[in-house]
Write a protein that binds this ligand. Structure first.
Ligand code: TYM
Length: 332
């Protein structure tokens, strides 16, 4: 039986957080054997904010290194750069014409990001979900593994695909969102009621995948908890402790009940140390591999060139079919 297709991506904006890892990358690694996986570096999406061009180029290569260092095997997965595949932007334009302003206006990320970048509310920020829909639909992906914050973007992708299909007949597969139960939303360490975000201003709020062991210990030690001093999972009343429990549980592959049992009768000091050491243990080999890969930019180039080729072949076919359906003259 043919393998189902997966597509996902991460924006190439600076260092990734533990949230990106546990919400996305870690799940991708688990899926690489059962699916035909396309994992892209979303560099075009980052243009909605003003980047330093050199830093963006560097971050793009670094992200490829991080994908591989996290366990994605470039032989099994198609790892590629979004901007290298023209089908994404071409399809995005076409899909823009099948997306309503009202739909885009409802996107919570658009509202959040425009509040954050009030001086630069560009139309790319507004049509961002359409490019994301194009990323997914250009591969006829069956499944899109993401964190909880991307759920709304997946819903609009499905709506656009269904709309297109209803006008032109079966063209796109309707993609399913895959959100792992645990780790769907890793929260900030200082503000556990908001998601851990790359762009958080307070460095103590986020664990970066490149943090040193000492940084990680310090950040977990200072993580906001509560005064109960009891390791108990209760997202509503104990968001800080529950978040730490999720992090620990995902890495150790333990349920919240098991984590509660393990730390029964022990205070937050012991628990926080255990969480920090678990994260360090997980990140250390990744960091080592990452640093080794960065020493070898030629290898990184080979990886994305191979991925680009396969991604282009697949997406070109789907784009051609779409062009034909909407009435564009195509070269056979
Ligand atoms: P981005 O770059 O913001 O985030 C990448 C992935 O990390 C997940 N994530 C989290 N998961 C759990 N807890 C958190 N605190 C946390 N923070 C981030 C995100 O849900 C995401 O899965 N628009 C996308 C990139 C993209 C894309 C796509 C994804 C572009 N095209 C097509 C899937 C399919 C984004 O900005 O993700």
């Amino acid at each position: 039986m043919e393998k189902k297709t997966i597509l996902s991506g991460i924006q190439a904006t600076g260092a990734l957080t533990l949230g990106n890892y546990l919400g996305a990358l870690n799940n991708w690694v688990e899926m690489q054997d059962q699916y035909d996986c396309y994992y892209m570096i979303a560099d075009l999406h980052t243009l909605t904010i003003r980047n330093n061009p050199e830093a963006l180029r560097e971050n793009t290569l670094k992200l490829i290194a991080l994908y591989v260092a996290s366990g994605l095997d470039p032989e099994k997965n198609t790892i590629f750069i979004q901007s290298h595949i023209p089908a994404h932007t071409s399809l995005s334009w076409i899909l823009n014409c099948y997306t309503y302003m009202g739909e885009l206006n409802r996107m919570t990320q658009f509202k959040d990001k425009s509040a954050k970048h009030a001086d630069n509310i560009n139309s790319g920020l507004f049509t961002y979900p359409v490019l994301m829909a194009a990323d997914i639909l250009a591969y006829n992906a069956d499944l899109v593994p993401v964190g909880d914050d991307q759920k709304q973007h997946l819903e609009i992708t499905r709506d656009i695909a269904e709309r297109f299909n209803s006008i032109y007949g079966e063209t796109f597969k309707i993609p399913q969102v895959y959100i792992a139960k645990d780790g769907a939303r890793i929260m900030g360490l200082q503000n556990p009621t908001a998601k851990m975000s790359k762009s958080a201003e307070d460095p103590m709020d986020k664990i970066l995948l490149t943090d040193t062991p000492d940084d990680i210990r310090k950040k977990f030690k200072k993580a906001v908890t509560d005064s109960e001093n009891c390791v108990r999972f209760d997202k509503e009343n104990k968001p800080g402790v529950s978040n730490l429990m999720s992090i620990y549980g995902i890495i150790k592959n333990k349920t919240m009940e098991e984590v509660e049992k393990e730390f029964e009768g022990q205070g937050y000091g012991v628990f926080k140390t255990a969480v920090a050491e678990t994260v360090i243990e997980r990140l250390e080999p990744i960091q080592k591999k990452y640093n080794d890969l960065l020493e070898n930019p030629e290898k990184l180039k080979q990886i994305y060139k191979k991925g680009d080729k396969k991604a282009k072949e697949k997406s070109d076919k789907i784009l051609k079919e779409v062009c034909k359906k909407v009435g564009l003259v195509i070269e056979e």
